[in-house]
Design a protein around this ligand. Sequence first.
Ligand code: GAR
Length: 198
Amino acid sequence: MHYDMSPLRLGILASGTGSNFAAIAQAISDKNLNAQIKTLIYNNPNAGVARKAEQWKIPAVLLNHHQFGRREDLDHAIMETMTAYQVDWVIMAGWMRCVTSVLLDAFPQRVLNIHPSLLPSFPGLHAVKQALAAGVTITGCTVHHVVPAVDSGPIVMQAAVPIMPNDTEATLHERIHVQEHIIYPRAIMLAATALSRN
Ligand code: GAR
């Protein structure tokens, strides 16, 4: 891979187990993504992603949403932390909070999210369960730019995942995760390359 840009400085937002965080860290370590993870911000004190950050020696900052009155207050703290770590791309990897223009305006066109469905189908919570309940035979995952309306910004990359007859939410989500880990590092590079050419 040819690198004609300096490494992207990523700030990750995550609330969950952190498999996407680890996949991004691994892609960087394997030199498949020209980036550095400057910081992880997580909002749930028990989130497994905090341990993953420890393993990868990446500074992790807990911003517990319960300690902020309004969404804007949390986003302001996120923005300040990201700025202090000199982040230039905000990467939501299992971040389960809506974000406001406080964060989006600070990182114009530089906030990405991954969602476990083929958007615009099944936005919002429990996307994998929604796909099973709808009886579709193909679902997948989407990396998209974040805009104020939930799960509706411009799409950067998608991967399709077939639904098997005996799938449960857990088995299907596991196969979606495999695809997420493949597309997220690629989508980050693609979005950054596209923006640099604008
Ligand atoms: C991922 O499947 C991601 O698509 C989903 O949370 C999971 C986090 O997994 N995000 C959303 O549902 C956002 N609406 P991880 O903690 O193992 O990366």
